[in-house]
Design a protein around this ligand. Structure first.
Ligand SMILES: C[S@@+](CC[C@H](N)C(=O)[O-])C[C@H]1O[C@@H](n2cnc3c(N)ncnc32)[C@H](O)[C@@H]1O
Length: 356
């Protein structure tokens, strides 16, 4: 999966004698780690949107071309505005691939968009000030079901969406809509079973980052109560996402460090489902992550673990070796992210584990 990112968030500069202004920004298209740049040509639609409305027509649209081999792309968009209108208005800059009408993760024929669109924070049209350092992903996860997820524009590991989280969100979005999954064919029967049980399902997510998977679960499955957990450094972006989600009541956040004792009152009820996405990249964290999974599972007998893993390095095998000692692998499927070219697809493995 490739992500459009703001290296410099947009700002508007007004030229009085021309009675117009320029919105400028610097973007890149890169992998979740930011270590590789998108190596295909892609036509981009750059839109200036009203800062207060998701649905109104764009104030201005320009086309740009991202070419294979590029690392950055400078955006400059002319915008005519009357001086007296400038002071009340805010705008948002969106950048998306022209092939992606919307970032619709629920389309069962597709494995999600290859290039994820970026929406800036609202910025003033009175001039000069840069938009705050956030980027919004406007994801569609069901029929008329939108999921806004904010990330930071900086380099933080926790405050970004990762391919593992995105692949799991695609899987959840598609599995609730279709009786069969077309991308590589298989469904997770054990997950269907637990999500189909009567009564409320208590879900705990470890290393939730921005919260994409837990938010999608809480939005798609109304009989879930989700507790997102991560290190305290993720708290601010998670609270921003909880606030924007409109999901009140069935999702909350608690700090949890795998290297510390697990608080007794983490969830109100025994946990039925533990979710872990893209948390297995760091071999040195594997023993503490497995310990936390084992302790949570023995506190909540019968709990099922749903784990998404994007293989980045051989050293990650240690996590699975440690899991084998205490857990049974119930199911495994593979999902490919990216629809336009097999060469660019990202494979993510999704597992179901349970304490042996
Ligand atoms: C690569 S990110 C994945 C984020 C999210 N699950 C996703 O897929 O978008 C890994 C997450 O694990 C969290 N993490 C790493 N070490 C941790 C620890 N010792 N205790 C709790 N969380 C930890 C990080 O803060 C980060 O949010």
């Amino acid at each position: 999966m490739q992500y459009i990112r703001f290296l410099k968030t947009p700002r508007f500069v007004y030229t009085k004698d021309r009675r117009s202004g320029v919105v400028s920004a610097l973007i890149t298209i890169a992998s979740d780690l930011g270590d590789t740049f998108f190596f295909q040509d892609v036509a981009l639609a750059v839109k200036l949107l009203d800062g207060k409305s998701w649905t109104s027509l764009p104030l201005s649209v320009t086309r740009y071309a991202w070419k294979a081999g590029m690392r950055t792309l400078k955006i400059e968009l002319d915008f005519v505005i009357k001086q007296k209108e400038m002071f009340h208005r805010t705008a948002i800059l969106s950048v998306s691939s022209e092939q992606t009408a919307a970032d619709d993760l629920s389309q069962s024929r597709a494995a999600g968009p290859l290039v994820l669109s970026a929406y800036s924070s609202p910025f003033g049209l009175s001039g000069g000030t840069e938009a705050e350092g956030y980027v919004e992903r406007r994801l569609i996860i069901g029929r008329e079901k939108a999921l806004p997820v904010w990330e930071e524009t900086g380099e933080s590991i926790a405050r970004h969406i990762w391919d593992g989280g995105l692949a799991l969100t695609v899987y959840l979005a598609q599995s609730i809509l279709t009786s069969e999954i077309n991308n590589k064919g298989k469904r997770l029967d054990a997950l269907d079973k637990i999500l189909g049980l009567p009564g409320d399902l208590e879900v705990l997510e470890l290393g939730s980052g921005c919260g994409i998977v837990g938010l999608a679960l809480a939005s798609l499955y109304k009989n879930c109560h989700v507790t997102l957990t991560d290190l305290p450094l993720a708290e601010e972006i998670i609270f921003k996402n909880l606030e924007c989600s409109g999901l009140h009541g069935n999702i909350n956040f608690k700090p949890l460090d795998w290297d510390q004792n697990i608080p007794e009152n983490l969830t109100a009820k025994p946990i039925g489902l533990i979710v872990v996405a893209d948390c297995t990249y760091n071999a040195s964290s594997a023993p503490s992550l497995v310990r936390v999974l084992a302790e949570l599972s023995s506190r909540s007998p019968g709990a099922v673990i749903l784990l998404a893993h994007k293989r980045r390095h051989d050293s990650e095998d240690v996590f699975f070796q440690l899991m084998d000692e205490s857990f049974q692998k119930i199911e495994q499927i593979q999902r490919a992210l990216g629809t336009y070219s097999n060469e660019e697809a990202t494979n993510v493995d999704i597992y179901i584990f349970q304490l042996s």
